[in-house]
Each structure stands twice: as structure tokens, then as C-alpha cells.
Design a protein around this ligand. Structure first.
Ligand code: HEC
Length: 115
């Protein structure tokens, strides 16, 4: 009985591993295909956001450890966002040494559009 249980748990784990391996490969959606001429700057910002900011500001900018950024553009100017991201503030780490000025600029421009 418990042997059988262990076996099926094992099978389930293997299946999950196989599925997630495939998901990372060629079967995923192709998000860039239809808007490839324009918006390259914001997709760079989105990629950076996902890599560096999502853990504190959430998948939808809704906030986690850090504040909600969905309307940050109504509160801060692009320059102010550059400043916060470069130099940090309280719980917000500074990124001036881990991101280039260009990367911070594109993040700020993208965030400033969120009003
Ligand atoms: C370790 C967690 C953490 C990470 C990672 C992080 N932030 Fe923050 N962020 C915070 C916290 C906490 C605050 C609030 C700071 C304060 O209270 O002054 C904040 C504030 C901000 C603000 C100001 C919001 C406001 O309403 O004034 C901006 C803009 C911002 N973060 C952007 C970013 C960007 C862009 C990244 C990725 C490059 C990032 N953050 C990564 C924690 C984080």
C-alpha cells in the first residue's frame, strides 16, 4: 500500500519536472512576436523589473515588501524614480552599481508611465 503511494508520488514528481522543463523551452508563448518594432525600451525595462524588482514590488507592481508601483508615475517624476533606484531609500536597495545608467533610465521611463 505505502509502496504504491511512494511510487505514485515519484511518478508525479517526474511528471512535474518534465512539464516544467518543457515549459521553459520552445512550447511557451511568443510574447515579443507581435510588437517587435516598437516598445523595445519598455520590454527591456520589463525584463529588468522581473529580474531585479519583482521580489519586492510584486508581479503586477502591486507591492510586497516594497510599495505598490502601479501609480508611481503620478507620485514621482522620472528623475525622482531614477534617484530612488540609483541611490536607494530605507528598505529600497540602491542599484547604481549593479545596473547601468541606461538600464535605470529605461526602468524609470517605464515606471513613470504608470499613472
Ligand atoms: C529588497 C526589496 C526591494 C527591491 C529588490 C526593490 N525595491 Fe523598490 N522599494 C523597496 C522599498 C521597501 C521601498 C520603500 C522605500 C521607502 O519607504 O522610502 C521601495 C521604493 C521604491 C520606489 C519609490 C516608490 C514610492 O512610492 O515612492 C521605486 C520607484 C522603486 N522602489 C523602484 C524599484 C525598482 C525599479 C526596483 C528594481 C530595479 C526595485 N525598486 C527593487 C524595496 C525594494
Amino acid at each position: 500500500m505505502s509502496r504504491l503511494k511512494q511510487f505514485s508520488v515519484g511518478v508525479a514528481i517526474v511528471l512535474v519536472l518534465l512539464l516544467s522543463a518543457c515549459g521553459g523551452g520552445t512550447t511557451g508563448e511568443v510574447p515579443n512576436k507581435d510588437n517587435s518594432g516598437e516598445g523595445t525600451e519598455s520590454s527591456e525595462a520589463v525584463a529588468l523589473y522581473k529580474k531585479r524588482c519583482i521580489s519586492c514590488h510584486g508581479t503586477e507592481l502591486q507591492g510586497r515588501a516594497g510599495p505598490n508601483l502601479q501609480q508611481v508615475g503620478a507620485k514621482l517624476t522620472e528623475e525622482e524614480i531614477v534617484d530612488v533606484v540609483s541611490n536607494g531609500r530605507k528598505g529600497m536597495p540602491k542599484f547604481e552599481s549593479s545596473l547601468t545608467t541606461e538600464q535605470i533610465q529605461s526602468l524609470a521611463a517605464w515606471l513613470a508611465e504608470h499613472k
